[in-house]
Design a protein around this ligand. Structure first.
Ligand SMILES: Cc1cc2nc3c(=O)[nH]c(=O)nc-3n(C[C@H](O)[C@H](O)[C@H](O)COP(=O)(O)OP(=O)(O)OC[C@H]3O[C@@H](n4cnc5c(N)ncnc54)[C@H](O)[C@@H]3O)c2cc1C
Length: 375
């Protein structure tokens, strides 16, 4: 392990990207302070799929073993159209796991604290500078060898520096909820599978059914933004149960929850770093959720960022960050554009879409860090 050589990092944002960056830097001997603007640390959203690439990172950070008993690997990713099975994919044994965001976030908070990260809540970063400082909402200015902007899609670190970016929005969006599994009430079928239920007739609606563990089921209900009834929260039980009658036992509890409907969006930046400031996660590369890789790429990029800035071969942090972007960005860019394609075309519904090419990001092992680009 390379020593942080007494260097200090300030990390903006206590989501998955910020936690991964903070933990990976602390593991390499950096002193790290992570700022979360919220009054408490908590995960937004409901459930999440983690693939081999991010599971490798969690393992390298000492977090995976704690997560295993709180998560599961479903036997198949099943795709149905009008409730007819069109494919069942098992990814040839590639490691993937499903879990609640709450569990993943808690495991990462505990892991980051174990590694010595100082966490401050109620601490909003309002600006940053490429020379290596951040400013907090309370007026405090803090210097650092490295600043990590992991403050989400509306990043103030990014906006205050003025990174160029292209933002795209799409036609569809999703309401995400956690409900009890109620497996015994669901009738015949393998309810341990992830099941991607699509309907195109008489209207476009989709239910992504994701078991997370014995008790918790994550459901993501997709409807076009233009569909006022489909995108309303709390969800309309009449609408969803009319089109997915066999899912009524899980839709009934879902209709009692508030949840949130989020439209799909992508942001592609001109560059991921400026001087001593780097952006990771949705601050730098928000993507459509089709491939379940937004947080996965965030973890990978946070981890490899920590590797590069700790590598004595680089004379300056800025050099290390530029090399990091050259090495890592192509994976994220390709994943982002594939995810955008699936969002635009809704062609995940065809089934068997997890080809070798599409699984490139999932197969990547950033912890091996040998010949970059080789899987
Ligand atoms: C419907 C949907 C499904 C998805 N499914 C998956 C999936 O299955 N697998 C996957 O890998 N990815 C998935 N993603 C993507 C994933 O959710 C995101 O990429 C990931 O959560 C981004 O993490 P982040 O830490 O970058 O940002 P965020 O989760 O937005 O976290 C940012 C944090 O920073 C804090 N913050 C914000 N501004 C400031 C500030 N100025 N100062 C201090 N703190 C601040 C926020 O309060 C928050 O805690 C999905 C996304 C969507 C929309």
């Amino acid at each position: 392990m390379v020593d942080g050589q007494g260097r200090h990092a300030e990390v903006a944002g206590g989501g998955f990207a910020g936690l991964a960056a903070a933990a990976a830097l602390a593991q390499r001997g950096w002193s790290v302070t992570m700022h979360e603007k919220g009054a408490e640390l908590r995960a937004l959203g409901a459930g999440i799929v983690m693939w081999n690439n991010s599971l490798k990172v969690l393992d390298a950070l000492g977090m995976l073993s704690v997560l295993i008993p709180r998560s599961m690997t479903p036997p198949f990713y099943e795709t149905r159209v009008q409730n007819e099975i069109v494919s069942q994919e098992d990814f040839d044994g590639l490691h993937w796991r499903t879990m609640t965001r709450k569990d993943l976030h808690q495991v990462m908070v505990d892991g980051a604290m174990r590694l010595g990260v100082e966490i401050r809540v109620d601490s909003e970063v309002v600006a940053a500078d490429p020379s290596g400082w951040i400013e907090l909402a309370n007026g405090e200015r803090r210097e650092a060898d490295l600043v990590v902007g992991a403050d989400g899609v509306a990043s103030k670190v990014r906006e205050s520096i003025g990174f160029g970016q292209k933002r795209s929005r799409y036609d569809d969006g999703i309401t995400r909820l956690i409900v009890p599994r109620n497996k015994e009430k669901l009738g015949p079928g393998n309810w341990d599978n992830v099941i991607d239920f699509w309907r195109f007739e008489p209207r476009v609606l989709r239910v992504l059914y994701v078991p997370c563990n014995e008790n918790d089921l994550y459901i993501a209900l997709m409807a076009p933004i233009a569909d006022k009834e489909g995108s309303t929260v709390p969800i309309s039980l009449d609408l969803w149960a009319e089109h997915f009658p066999h899912l009524r036992p899980i839709l009934e509890p879902a209709a009692k929850l508030h949840g949130r409907y989020d439209g799909y969006q992508t942001n592609v930046l001109d560059t991921w770093s400026a001087g001593s400031v780097a952006l990771v996660g949705d601050a730098g590369h928000a993507m459509c959720p089709a491939l379940g890789q937004g947080a996965g790429c965030a973890l990978v990029n946070a981890y490899t960022l920590a590797q590069n800035v700790s590598d004595p071969a680089f004379l300056t942090i800025a050099d290390a960050l530029q090399a990091w972007e050259i090495e890592e960005r192509p994976y994220t860019d390709r994943c982002q554009s594939r995810s955008a394609f699936f969002a635009d075309t809704r062609s995940m519904s065809k089934g068997n879409q997890f080809t070798d090419e599409v699984l490139e990001t999932a197969k990547y092992d950033p912890t091996a860090k040998t010949a970059l680009g080789a899987l």
